[in-house]
Design a protein around this ligand. Structure first.
Ligand code: SF4
Ligand code: FES
Length: 253
């Protein structure tokens, strides 16, 4: 397949205070085998060559693990394909002559820092209030094989643990809710013996922090599940709600 000619419409914003605007760039002879981020690298090389400011975007692993490469592509977080991140998207998903809109994730809790880079430290703040096991497991740690875990629970915990904290669930939600992310972290720990001990208090703390940080409420729209590159299931939200309810009832006693 020959190289493609594309028109990019990219969100440019100098700083958090800048109003921001869409800027058009013409790209020629783009290989369909390039990844989306490699295509962005080509754009940036051209911009640098012309003496212009390159487009700021986050990336790290470039293999679907770190969750950094968050951007909106033609109105969808991580672009048009399901179950992949932007770094795993290839240019063969587009056609010669296409116009591609590239914008940052938008949510009050994820302010734009520059161009496509947003501040997602709000996710870290949610983790800091409970996304860990604080029981002392050192010194007399039991052998893992002596703590039986039902296979179904181990599988569900593993699935929840695949959340990479990318924020696509928040970006796609009309309420900017962080329920799917928070629920993934809560169920990943609540399903395992070591994490069960603090499960209810963890749910209470993390949900309260989520609200405090300006994430919206969940109205069961389900967009988050559809757009999640890791296929995190809405069932995790049901589990989180059970833990949260348990903790709320206890604190009312
Ligand atoms: S739940 Fe999915 S969309 Fe949300 S942060 Fe985790 S991996 Fe990303
Ligand atoms: S750069 Fe790490 S998931 Fe895309």
């Amino acid at each position: 397949m020959a190289g493609m000619n594309l028109t990019l419409k990219v969100w440019r914003q100098n700083s958090a205070e800048d109003k921001g605007r869409i800027v058009e760039y013409k790209m020629s002879d783009i290989s369909p085998d390039m990844s989306f981020l490699e295509m962005m690298d080509v754009l940036n090389e051209e911009l640098i060559h012309k003496g212009d400011e390159p487009v700021a975007f986050d990336h790290d692993c470039r293999e679907g693990i770190c969750g950094m490469c968050s951007m909106y592509i033609n109105g969808e977080p991580h672009g048009p394909e399901d179950l992949i991140t932007t770094c795993q998207l290839h240019m063969r998903s587009f056609k010669d002559g296409d116009t591609i809109y590239i914008e940052p994730f938008r949510a009050a809790a994820f302010p734009v820092i520059k161009d496509l880079v947003v501040d997602r430290t709000a996710f870290d703040a949610i983790i800091q209030v409970g996304g860990y096991v604080s029981v002392n497991t050192s010194g007399n740690t039991q052998d893992a094989n002596s703590i039986p875990v039902p296979k179904a629970d181990a599988d569900a915990a593993f699935d929840a643990a695949t959340c990479i904290g990318c924020g696509a669930c928040v970006a796609t939600c009309k309420n900017s809710s962080a329920m799917l992310f928070t629920a993934a972290k809560i169920s990943h720990l609540a399903l395992l013996p070591q994490g069960k001990v603090e499960a209810q208090q963890r749910a209470l703390n993390m949900v309260e922090k989520m609200d405090e940080l300006g994430f919206g409420n969940c109205t069961n729209t389900g967009d988050c599940e559809v757009q999640c590159p890791k296929g995190i299931s809405l069932e995790n939200i049901a589990l989180m709600n059970r833990e949260f309810l348990g903790a709320s009832l206890k604190s009312e006693k």
